[in-house]
Ligand binder design. Structure first.
Ligand code: NAD
Length: 503
């Protein structure tokens, strides 16, 4: 039976789960072959909604990492010479296969990561778009041929693939974080080793099989799931043939990798943590702001780098905003993401659930008031109630740290300067959101706010065509857009003697 069938509903949930797990590779992908780890070691993947084990995966060792690196290095020259049209068409076929197998991908993501199926389907759409976008960009990565200002040389400027890359992804968007790196690397002509998060390796393996089915040659994409991430990164980053590390994850791990990257002077792209403000001005459309806050806070159970972490509301609107948002948050249904009608799934593990408890307890001890939710939900699974806090002091941990869960603190401000100062008072600078019906004010805030991304009257802005990335400790580089392809290319300049021979 195909779980990608339109007749899916003819089967029970358990039948669909068994079918998709049966067809998902659990090995390491090295040089085009799925294989066991060199010492036979394995790790388990759990369903966070039930605590049940979903699959046992091969766990890559340092020797496997070396084999994957060898495969990537050995295929780099021929892959770089493969015409861009061929690379583009592989990506386009992969996009089509993602559409055909979208039901499988969505179910896998919900099983291993917890988000409700409707949101997993949304991620299939978003994640798939990187394949389509970069298939279109691949053939338009132009160079230039020009005179120098003095007329003494012709400049031939081309963009070449960076070379073999190490791609490290987090667990919160298991498909999109992989396609956002793999697709531009393929388009640019780079080979790669992908190391997915140990909590969610199934989606990455399923996606890697799609890339093979789409015609990607052996060795271009290698996948090394593991429960010893450091062994993989240390081995691969010590190899002088590696040229780039692209990492999405926490700022702490990103800094560690940046230090390691200095040894071989590697190119780095770092998509790190966030502490996003959502500012509601006194001239905002309140219903739009509440809807935006729901989307920006509750998408992915709040487990998003782009999540609105701090709701900054003008004091004149605060009471009404809090009342409306509390109603909406309290009306959400918690449960296993595979069940119909569920809005909020479990957090990724017990540690993530317990950290919500700690943040709420700390805020309350400092004088915050719980307006909605506030408690963990008894297991099985790692659930925490959607929680709204008000009167939260700026020094509370929930304001200073990345929350990564369904907890929303509200702070108030009295004027634009105070709003901007509050918004910028963080070491992070990834996503921000502004609600105002005065478009000049919105654009002015865009000038003043120290964030790589800003949503103006909208709570979700991610798009494959847009350059995504942060400033300050939220990272370096951009993914998506034309900028996303440039991250995987190096510029070469060839100075050519003047063809008229007169200079
Ligand atoms: P994490 O930093 O714990 O792990 C991310 C990845 O790094 C995982 O694959 C993990 O196995 C790996 N890793 C950990 N230590 C490593 C090491 N020494 N060497 C090599 N790899 C190592 O982050 P997480 O908990 O998986 O993800 C949540 C974090 O990711 C949050 O901070 C979130 O904001 C951030 N994130 C950022 C973006 C963005 O685009 N800026 C997107 C999604 C998530």
């Amino acid at each position: 039976m195909s779980t990608g069938d339109k007749n899916d509903s003819a089967y029970s949930v358990q039948e669909r789960v068994d079918a998709v797990l049966a067809k998902t590779p659990t090995g390491l992908l090295i040089n085009g072959e799925w294989q066991e780890s060199s010492d036979g070691s394995t790790f388990e993947v759990e369903n966070p909604a039930t605590g049940e084990v979903l699959a046992t995966m091969a766990s890559a060792t340092a020797a496997d990492a070396q084999a994957a690196m060898d495969a990537a290095a050995d295929s780099q020259v021929s892959w770089a010479r493969t015409p861009t049209r061929v690379r583009a068409e592989i990506l386009r076929r992969a996009f089509d296969l993602v559409q055909e197998r979208s039901a499988d991908l969505a179910l896998l993501m919900t099983l291993e990561m917890g988000k409700p199926l409707a949101q997993s389907r949304g991620e299939v759409t978003y994640g798939g778009e990187f394949l389509r976008w970069f298939s279109e960009e691949a053939v338009r990565d132009y160079g230039r041929y020009a005179d120098t200002p003095e007329g003494n040389l012709r400049m031939l400027v081309t963009r070449k693939p960076v070379g073999p890359c190490l791609l490290i992804t987090p667990w919160n968007f298991p498909l999109a974080m992989a396609t956002r790196k793999v697709a531009p690397a393929v388009a640019a002509g780079c080979t790669m080793v992908l190391k997915p998060a140990a909590l969610t390796p199934l989606t990455s393996n399923y996606f890697a099989q799609i890339m093979i089915d789409a015609g990607l040659p052996a060795g271009v994409l290698n996948v090394t799931s593991t429960d010893s991430a450091a062994a993989i990164s240390e081995t691969i980053m010590a190899d002088a043939r590696l040229r780039k590390v692209s990492f999405t994850g926490s700022t702490a791990v990103g800094k560690h990798l940046m230090k390691m990257a200095t040894e071989n002077v590697l190119r780095t792209s770092m998509e790190l943590g966030g502490n996003g403000p959502l500012i509601v001005f006194d001239d905002a459309d309140l219903d739009k702001a509440v809807a935006g806050a729901m989307a920006a806070k509750m998408r992915n159970m709040g487990e998003a780098c782009t999540a609105a972490n701090r709701l900054l509301v003008h004091e004149s609107l605060a009471e009404e905003f809090v009342a409306k948002l509390a109603d909406k948050m309290s009306a959400l249904t918690l449960g296993s993401g595979v069940d119909d009608g569920v809005d909020v799934g479990p957090l990724i593990n017990a540690k993530a659930r317990d950290s919500m408890d700690e943040l709420v307890t700390d805020a309350v001890a400092r004088g915050a008031e719980v307006v909605a939710g506030g408690r963990r939900v008894d297991g099985p699974g790692y659930f925490f109630e959607p929680t709204l806090l008000r009167n939260v002091p700026a020094e509370a941990r929930v304001v200073r740290e990345e929350i990564f869960g369904p907890v929303a603190p509200v702070l108030t401000f009295s004027d634009e300067d105070e709003a901007v100062a509050l918004a910028n008072s963080t070491e992070y600078g990834l996503a921000s959101y502004v609600f105002t019906e005065d478009i000049s004010r919105g654009l002015r805030i865009g000038d003043r706010i120290e964030f790589g991304l800003m949503g103006l009257n909208v709570g979700v802005i991610s798009n494959a065509a847009a350059p995504f990335g942060g400033v300050k400790q939220s990272g370096l580089g951009r993914e998506g857009g034309a900028e996303g392809l440039a991250e995987y290319t190096s510029t070469q300049y060839v100075g050519v003697e003047d063809p008229w021979g007169v200079k």
